[in-house]
Ligand binder design. Structure first.
Ligand code: CA
Length: 272
């Protein structure tokens, strides 16, 4: 009889502990994400070869900058965005795989879709696209990168670039063979060393990060970063205005600085 009582009490204590743990978990770890995006043709290009897409529900945000001539570039970037978003939608609710496995699967599906389309149509031969993406699952997050589109994070007012460009000049700068100002002026500054769709296989960079309330992530094409210095981007991201207005102020500033290329920004805000 005594033993039954103690068992009963032990179970009760365990239940209280679980509820308490649940409450603590809810108050410290459930993060919400909000996003806004804009793409702008810029002032010099006849068409817009950038594409973006996101799903807050599925925790995927992506920017792609296509290449290979107007029609081909547009096809490559929008194919990549569609493939990635579709794959994340399909995986939702299925057996959990790691963020990196999900992202790798999406990158390879997008690469294959572009590559096979280009193989079937000579006019699209050689088309490709950059891809920068943010994948989120509560506070765990992953940045994915192929090419020279970028991901930045504004945390406590400080801007930090989370990706490394796969571009000829940036790789020369990292090797100490070129200065940053030489890179900016180089006629080879448009050459990227990795892209989706141009080869049968592609290797993406993955950066695991921990998202915190207050973080603001920016995914963008080089039409923004060629025009605006990091301190200007940092200043505009710090404005206490709605996300869609920040997107517009970024594209407006890039156009004012010349608008030489298509400009795309996706902003992702982490909230408690
Ligand atoms: Ca571009």
């Amino acid at each position: 009889m005594a033993r039954d009582c103690s068992v009963g009490r032990a179970l009760l204590l365990e239940a209280v502990y679980t509820v308490e743990w649940g409450r603590v978990f809810l108050s410290t770890a459930v993060l919400h994400y909000a996003a806004a995006a804009v793409t702008d043709r810029g002032r010099k290009r006849p068409s817009n070869e950038d594409a973006f897409g996101f799903s807050v529900e599925h925790g995927i945000y992506v920017v792609c900058d296509g290449m290979g001539g107007a029609a081909a570039g547009e096809i490559a970037s929008s194919l990549a965005v569609d493939e990635v978003l579709n794959l994340f939608a399909e995986q939702a609710g299925k057996a959990a795989i790691t963020l990196q496995a999900a992202a790798e699967k999406a990158v390879h599906a997008a690469n294959a879709a572009i590559h096979s389309r280009a193989q079937r149509n000579a006019q699209l031969s050689g088309m490709g696209t950059t891809l920068v993406g943010l994948v989120t699952d509560e506070q765990r997050a992953l940045v994915v990168n192929v090419g020279d589109s970028r991901c930045y994070r504004l945390r406590e007012g400080k801007l930090e670039q989370l990706t490394l460009d796969h571009s000829l000049v940036e790789e020369q700068v990292r090797l100490g063979r070129m200065t940053r100002s030489e890179a900016t002026r180089s006629p080879l500054r448009n050459v990227i060393t990795r892209a989706l769709g141009t080869q049968r296989n592609v290797t993406a960079d993955f950066f695991e990060i921990e998202a915190r309330p207050g973080d603001l992530y920016l995914l963008c094409s080089d039409g923004l970063t060629r025009e605006l210095a990091n301190n200007k981007i940092e200043m505009l991201l710090g404005d206490e205005i709605p996300l869609d207005e920040i997107c517009l102020s970024l594209t407006k500033a890039a156009n004012k600085a010349g608008g030489h290329d298509n400009i795309t920004c996706v902003l992702v805000k982490v909230e408690e």
